[in-house]
Structures are given as C-alpha cells and as structure tokens.
Design a protein around this ligand. Structure first.
Ligand code: GLC
Length: 760
C-alpha cells in the first residue's frame, strides 16, 4: 500500500497495481471496491442506492504496519492489508470474513476479474438467488446469468432464470454474514476449492464491487440485504389465495368451466391465468377475437364469483413488417427494439420471428408500460412477465433443431451499454417499467405481478415463480430449498408450479404437491400445453379430498400468512425459512432441506417420495405441537410421525407462538375475519406470543396508515391483545384455543375489541 486518503464517505487505499475503496453505508453494511484503473460511475440499473443516499456514518481510520483499518462506531471494521489489497472484515471485534493468503482482487489476461475470499471448512453458504439442488452450496460453481431453462432437470443444472449474486454465510457457531456482488455482468461463485478453502467470485466485465452485511443472525443479514436492495410492496391479500393456471386454457369457455369446476368441487380459489392462449396469433398485448371475444365480460362474470384474472406478457414482439400489429409498428417506428448490424435483432419466440424492446432506455420502459392498459382495461388484475431472460430461439419453436439462443453480447443498448452488461437486468428493467405503469394506471389498486426472470431486487416489482419445472418427485423436493434460498436472497413472495409444469403428474404426486405447494408463499398450479391435466379433480375423490384439504388449510391460515407478507414488506424476512434462519447454531437442523419453517411459528414436514406413510421430522430446541394430533414433543430431536396422504401435511406449531386463523371462504376476501381464531401454543414456561396484521387487502390505503397490527401475549394463563399499529383491529368474536400439553385444549369465545385480556 502506497498511501490512503479519505474521499467523501469512502477511504481510498492505493496499491502498486490497484486502488481499493472502503465505504461504510451503515453500522453493519460496508462496500468494498477495487480497480486497476478508475472507478466506474454508477449505472441507473444499480440494485443499490448511491452511497450518499445513506445517512453519514462516523468512521475512524487506524494505520499500522500491517495495514489500515476503517472502523465504524457500531463495530464494523474493514481491514486492508499492507500488501496485496486483501481485506478482512470484523464485526464487534470478531473476524467475520477474510481474503486470506493468496486471496483478494485479481485481474486476468482474459478480461475477467476475480476476488478470492477464504472459505472456512465449517461455514455453510446459502442464498445465491434461484438454484437447483439442496440448501448449502459448498462444492458448487454457480453462475449468475438469467437463463431460459426450458424443461430443466434436477441438481447440477445452472443457472436458472434469476441472477442474484448474493450469499448468506453461516459459521459453525451460527454467526452469519452476507456478501452481495454488485456487478451485472455474468458472474460466477466458485465454491469448489474446498481443500484450498477458497471461495472465488469472478466477473466477466465491470468492476470488482461487493457489499458485506454483518449479522450475527441470518435474519439480520437478510434485513440488511433488503435494506440495501429493496423490499416488496405488499401484494393484494387475494394473491395468497389458490391460483389455477394452465397453458392450454384456450377459450373463454374453458376458463369459465375451470372456474365452475373449482366452485363445484369446493376448492377455494382466487386467481385464474390467461396464458399466451388468450392472445391473437400469440402476439403480446392482443386478444384472440374468437376465443376471447369479450374479455371484459369474462372478467366481470368471474369477478362476481370471486375470481381475479391474470394475463401473461412476453417480451418478444412479433415481427410484422407488413403492418397491422400496433405494438410492433410503434416500437419499430420509434427505434425501441434491439438491433443487430443495420437491422433489428430478430429471433424466434412463440409467434415466430420477434423483436425485443431495449428496456435499458427510459423512453422504451415508459412506452412498454402503457401497453398494460390493454389488459387492465379489460378487467385483468394480475400480470405475468414471461420469457424475459430474454428467451429466444434460432429456428421456429416447433422446428426439431430449434435451439435456445441469446442476444449477442455486443448487442448495443441505450446509455452506451452492451448486452453483456444489461442481460442480467433486462427482466428487472422490464418489471420496473411494469411497476411504474401499474402504479400510474391503477394508483389505488394492488395489481398482482409475477415475473419469471429477474435480478437483485426483483422483489421491489414482482413475485417470482421458478419457471418450467417438471412433474417429478425430485422437483417437488427441490422446490423447497429453491424457494428457501430465494427467500434468503430477498425474494419472499415466490412459488414453484404446483404439480410441475412439464411431464405428466399422477395422483399421488399431485396430492403431495398440493400438501407442500399450499405452503409456498405463492400457490399456483400450472401445467404445460399437451401434458396430462392436473387440476385437483382429475384423479377422483381421494386425490381431490387431499388437494381440497391442503387448499383449505392455506385459507384457514390466511391471517397468519398475510402477516408474514406484511413482515416481508416491512423487513424483508422470508415467508418460507430454512431451520437455520431461526436456529443458526443448531448443527443438526442447519442442512435440512426437506422441512421448513413457515414464518417463525409453524414447521412443515412434507412427504417428498412416493409410497411413504410416515416420516422423520427434526424439531429444533423447544416445545412443538403436532397440529394434526395435538401430540406435544420436546425439540432438539427427531420424531417419527404418521404421514399417509390422508393424514394431511405434517404441520407443527412452535411452543411460544400464537397463530391467528380465520374462516374459510370460497375465495380469500369472501368472509370477514370473524370469528378470528387464536391458537395459543405455550412454551415450557407457559408463555406465547404472536401478531396479526390487517388492512383492506386490496387498495393502497395501508401505505397511508390504514392498517392494524395486534400483538398477542400469553402468560400466567392470561391472553392479552394490544394494538401496536396505527389502527385498532375491528370488533368481532375471537375464539381462543389454548393448547395444553397435559390436558385437552381450552376454548373461550370472547367479544374482541381493540385491547382485551382473557383468562384461558
Ligand atoms: C413459458 C412459461 C410457462 C408458460 C409458457 C407458455 O414456458 O415458463 O409458464 O406456460 O411459456 O406461455
């Protein structure tokens, strides 16, 4: 190190061949950058705010013989070594990460740059956005590059649709930290050098730029990561309802029939999807005049029965040079599509040759957003941004040799960028356009938004589904760690296609998928065209009963789930959590990917293999209640429980929790939350607590304070309700059920107002 100096809120350190920059953004988040030349200016698609957007942080700089330490009053210190631009990060006096010998930044002849951290042998690595495989990613090489993975298979397939270069590291003692690689070029996390104990982050372009977030708990890391990269706006409450989709619902009659079947079979449901089948010639933002002659009428009729319609939007715009398709005409005339040489970049998607909007341009985003009116004006209340990696083929999609391709990396974008830089934010920018447009078109309505591709911070704009999975038991199993890692990566509201998209789902797999899928944050059954139907009623009474029971359980728990969504919107906390989220020091629970916590107070242990009628469940320390049987278990050990299909999902409640639930309607908002049921599960000390969030579920009034939060606490046999939000909960009946480990549960019916206490 030759010298160091302060530059604004950063400390710059000059080495022989590089400059290092250390910036404290909060007392627990620091940014570290290195460059062999000049630092690059901030891009508008950066997932993080400019450094100056954070309130100032006091730092002290201490120079000694072995380097320079930049320390905040809150105890986050970044130490830069005297040689080699290597860093170590300390939190409250303890080293949480370090580059180690031979580590640090490096620039290579092939144009790539790497940053090497030490990878201690007893540390686990989670997050990384959307991945196949199990929870911990030690030993793997993970690329960040949004990829259309049509009919993807199981473990080892990488990357998928989302590019989120973030990980959560948890050490042997359960102390956690997070690292976010702030670079939109293709990047790779290489965790294969286990023997050498090295974790390498590689980027194909741009700058070596990363943020470190201290914990020590996983929850604190996730909160800090989402403080940095954004949280989701609260979706409509009905978005938690059951959602039925299928590629191949190709007429208004089909949709009406599905709606009628759902009601006839008494399956609560809220959302029906219009896939590309609703489009005229598979062209985005059009309606097939024959199959869907009166979309507004369809939407209105369905709305009267409690259904909301969501419609798919593809980014490929059908190339129609002869005219007649306004989206292409206008985009072409204004020069809004990506180019190749002197012409348009044209590749094949569903309608044939397509052009692709350049979402890096603010003008294009504004223009694109306006087309969503063609859906909303006809009563559509949810949108699905699909094929936005962007997905494209070299030959017509139905040609036997058709292969997936990508825009050439040197494809020019707005702001002098090329596709190598923009690819990983292409879908993000599309979703930003959608978000801005929906806020403008429907300022007081929460529209459901779903996206297949995305990048860091996608949760600010849309929920996510895990793309084209398959109807295999392996995919059922994989969906759980996949969604948990997405949740740790900031994407709390996500789901996998229930029943699997490709392949043919049989009755047992369908029933099991419903049991797990109804605990996904987003519960959508979706299936590919031409594959075996997988609506809950196609396999007869036994399967139907199992599916119905799963959906009804979800609807009963809507008050609890909606509170979790509100928490996610406020703090970034995931809905579906690995055990280590709350029990990071529990070595036995930390790798478990076949069970999960739904919020803090419920534990699910789904069956993920055929023919299984019992399963082992690991219960972390404390007391746990089997909600199906009332059996009470001491945690810190495994239990074996009955798990035949008819037994329902093995679902445990944490001793110490109060779980709110409500009546089951045909759709989420059919019935008021009256009576409210509070299941009190006392811990070993006889205490419990919980919360309930409420608002109108659909408008933006909650952002203006029209919302209620009630905190329940139970001790010495008395349950107390106290409003902690701006508004009080409405007056209603409350059923209090105290689950006593020794005797039968105790039920009280009380007239609940705002604050109350009851002896139960
Ligand atoms: C893509 C989507 C899938 C959709 C299909 C047809 O494969 O991932 O959900 O059904 O396109 O639009």
């Amino acid at each position: 190190m030759r010298r160091w100096w302060r530059a604004g809120r950063s400390v710059l350190l000059e080495y022989e061949d590089a400059t290092l920059s250390v910036t404290h953004l909060t007392d627990a988040i620091a940014r570290v950058r290195a460059t062999p030349a000049d630092f690059l200016p901030r891009r508008p698609w950066s997932a993080t705010p400019p450094d100056d957007a954070f309130p100032p942080v006091e730092v002290a700089v201490e120079a000694t013989g072995d380097g320079v330490t930049v320390r905040s009053g809150g105890g986050l210190a970044v130490h830069a070594a005297a040689t080699g631009a290597r860093v170590a990060v300390l939190h409250r006096g303890q080293t949480i990460m370090m580059d180690g010998d031979g580590g640090g930044p490096a620039w290579h002849a092939d144009g790539r740059a790497t940053w090497t951290h030490r990878m201690p042998p007893d540390e686990n690595y989670l997050g990384f956005g959307e991945r196949t495989g199990l929870l911990d990613k030690r030993g793997q090489r993970l690329a960040c590059w949004c990829t259309d993975r049509y009919e993807y298979q199981g473990a080892g397939v990488d990357p998928l649709y989302q590019a989120i270069p973030f990980y959560l590291a948890v050490d042997a003692a359960g102390r956690s930290h997070g690292v976010y690689l702030h670079n939109t070029y293709r990047s790779v996390f290489d965790l294969t050098a286990q023997r050498e104990q090295r974790l390498v982050m590689a980027v194909d372009g741009g700058e070596l730029d990363w943020y470190v977030m201290a914990g020590p708990t996983p929850a604190e890391v996730v909160t800090r990561f989402t403080h940095l990269t954004g949280r989701m706006p609260l979706p409509p409450r009905w978005a938690l309802g059951y959602q039925q989709a299928r590629w191949g619902y190709d007429s208004a009659e089909r949709i009406r029939a599905v709606a009628a079947d759902l009601r006839r079979h008494d399956i609560p449901a809220d959302v029906l999807y219009l896939d590309i089948d609703h489009q005229d010639g598979l062209r985005t933002f059009t309606w097939d005049p024959e199959a869907f002659p009166d979309p507004a009428g369809l939407a209105a009729d369905l709305a009267a029965d409690g259904f909301k319609l969501a419609a798919v939007v593809d980014v490929g715009v059908s190339h129609q040079p002869e005219g007649g398709y306004d989206v292409f005409d206008e985009g072409h005339r204004k020069g809004y599509f990506l180019t190749e040489g002197d012409g348009l970049l044209l590749r094949h998607v569903w309608p044939g040759l397509c052009a692709f909007p350049d979402f890096a341009s603010p003008a294009v985003r504004q223009w694109w957003g306006r087309w969503y009116a063609s859906l909303l004006d006809r009563g559509v209340r949810g949108v699905v941004n699909d094929m936005n990696e962007p997905a494209m083929h070299d030959l017509p999609m139905d040609h036997p040799d058709s292969a997936r391709v990508e825009p050439p990396l040197d494809t020019p974008h707005d702001l002098d960028a090329d596709h190598a830089e923009v690819h990983n934010v292409y879908a993000l920018l599309e979703n930003a356009a959608t978000d801005a447009a929906l806020r403008d078109l429907r300022p007081d309505e929460r529209v459901l938004r779903l996206s297949r591709a995305g990048g860091t911070g996608i949760q600010r704009y849309a929920a996510v589904w895990t793309g084209d999975n398959g109807s295999y038991w392996e995919h059922l199993e994989m969906s759980l760690p996949q969604l948990m890692n997405l949740g740790l990566s900031g994407v709390a509201f996500a789901g996998a296609d229930i029943g699997g998209f490709f392949g043919d789902c049989g009755p047992e797999l369908l029933a099991r998928w419903f049991q797990l899928g109804c605990c996904y944050p987003l519960a959508r059954n979706h299936c590919a065209r031409g594959r075996a139907a997988q609506e809950p009623w196609v396999w007869g009474a036994e399967t139907l009963d199992a599916c119905r029971a799963a959906v009804r359980l979800r609807y009963r728990l809507l008050p609890y789930l909606y509170t979790l969504l509100a928490d996610a919107a406020e703090t970034g906390s995931p809905v579906l959590r690995p055990l280590l989220y709350h029990y990071p020091a529990d070595r036995r629970g930390r790798q478990l990917a076949d069970q999960a916590l739904l919020g803090r107070d419920l534990l699910i242990a789904p069956v993920l293999r055929p023919g299984v009628t019992a399963r082992a469940v690991y219960l972390p320390a404390g007391r746990w209640y089997d909600t199906r049987t009332g059996a009470v278990h001491d945690g810190g050990r495994h239990v074996l429980v009955d798990a035949a299909i008819g037994d329902g999902l093995p679902l445990f409640a944490r001793g110490g929790g109060v779980v709110p639930s409500g009546p089951v309607g045909r759709y989420a908002d059919e019935l008021p939350l009256n009576p409210l049921t509070l299941d009190v599960y006392p811990d070993r000390d006889g205490e419990a607590e919980g919360e309930l969030y409420e608002d109108d579920g659909a408008s933006m009034a909650h952002t203006r304070g029209v919302r209620a939060r009630t905190r329940y606490s139970y001790r010495d046999g008395v349950l107390t309700a106290r409003p902690v939000g701006l508004l009080d909960a409405p007056a209603r009946l409350v059923v209090v059920r105290v689950h006593h480990p020794t005797g039968p549960e105790l039920t009280r019916l009380i007239d609940g107002g705002k604050s109350w206490t009851v002896r139960a």
